[in-house]
Design a protein around this ligand. Structure first.
Ligand SMILES: [Zn+2]
Length: 236
C-alpha cells in the first residue's frame, strides 16, 4: 500500500481560479515530499462534470453539457501543466471507464438490497443541485449559499440505506481512533454519524445529464454519488 493523495475534483461549470491552483499546489508539495521519502505515491486530480449546474450553464450558453465540459476541462488541464504539478492521473467523471465503474458499483448495491425506491420531498436549489433541509434554510425559504428563494419539490427516486451503516461506522471509529486524522476531523465526522444517519437519495428523475441508473435508465445517478466514487475508480 503506497501513499495516495488527491485534490478534490473540480467542478466544470466555470473556468478555474486561484483557489484551484492553490489546492493543487498544496497536494503537489505533499506528493513530491512523499516521493523524496521513498514512498510509492499516487497523486490524483481531475474534474467533476455531471449535475444540474453544468446542464444549466450549458443551456444558457446554447451548447450541450458535454460541449461545455469539454470546453472547460481544457483550462483545468492547462492549469495543472502551468503549475508543473506531478499528478499521476487526471480523471474526468465523464470518462467511460469511470462511468462503467459507477454503474457496476450502483448495481452491486442494488443487487444486495441496499437500494430501494422512494419519494423525496424537499427544498430544491438548482444551483447547489441539491435539496435543503428546513434547518438549513434562510428566512423566506432561501438557499444558505445562493440566497435564492427555493421551491418545494417532490420526485420518485432511489434511496441508499445509509441508516444501516450507522452502527458499523460507530464501531469502526471506536476500534480505529486514527481512522481519520487530525483528531478534530475525527471528532467532527463521528459527531455527524452519532446524530443519526438517514437514508439518502442517490438518483434524479428530472435531470438528464449524468450516469444512467443501470436498472432504470429514465433516471440518472445523483452527481455526488457519481463524483465521490472517482477517488476509487481512478485506482482501477
Ligand atoms: Zn444553493
Amino acid at each position: 500500500m503506497g501513499f495516495y493523495v488527491t485534490t478534490p475534483i473540480y467542478y466544470v461549470n466555470a473556468e478555474p481560479h486561484l483557489g484551484h491552483a492553490y489546492t493543487t499546489i498544496g497536494a503537489d508539495i505533499l506528493a513530491r515530499h512523499m516521493r523524496q521519502r521513498g514512498e510509492d505515491v499516487f497523486f490524483l486530480t481531475g474534474t467533476d462534470e455531471h449535475g444540474e449546474p453544468v446542464a444549466q450553464v450549458a443551456e444558457r450558453e446554447g451548447v450541450s453539457p458535454r460541449e461545455l465540459a469539454d470546453r472547460n476541462v481544457v483550462h483545468f488541464q492547462e492549469l495543472v501543466r502551468r503549475i508543473n504539478a506531478t499528478n499521476d492521473f487526471f480523471i474526468r467523471t465523464t470518462d467511460p471507464e469511470h462511468e462503467a465503474e459507477v454503474r457496476r458499483f450502483m448495481q452491486g448495491l442494488y443487487d444486495r438490497g441496499e437500494i430501494y425506491e422512494g419519494t423525496y420531498e424537499g427544498w430544491y436549489c438548482p444551483n447547489c443541485a441539491d435539496f435543503k433541509t428546513d434547518q438549513e434554510l434562510l428566512e423566506g425559504n432561501r438557499c444558505p449559499i445562493h440566497k435564492i428563494v427555493l421551491v418545494r419539490e417532490r420526485e420518485d427516486n432511489y434511496f441508499f440505506k445509509l441508516s444501516n451503516y450507522q452502527e458499523p461506522l460507530e464501531r469502526l471509529y471506536a476500534e480505529q481512533p486514527s481512522f481519520v486524522l487530525p483528531k478534530h476531523r475525527y471528532n467532527e465526522a463521528l459527531a455527524f454519524i452519532k446524530q443519526g444517519l438517514t437514508d439518502i437519495s442517490v438518483s434524479r428523475a428530472k435531470l438528464r445529464w449524468g450516469v444512467p441508473v443501470p436498472w432504470d435508465e429514465s433516471q440518472v445517478i445523483y452527481v455526488w454519488f457519481d463524483a465521490l466514487l472517482n477517488y476509487l475508480t481512478a485506482l482501477e
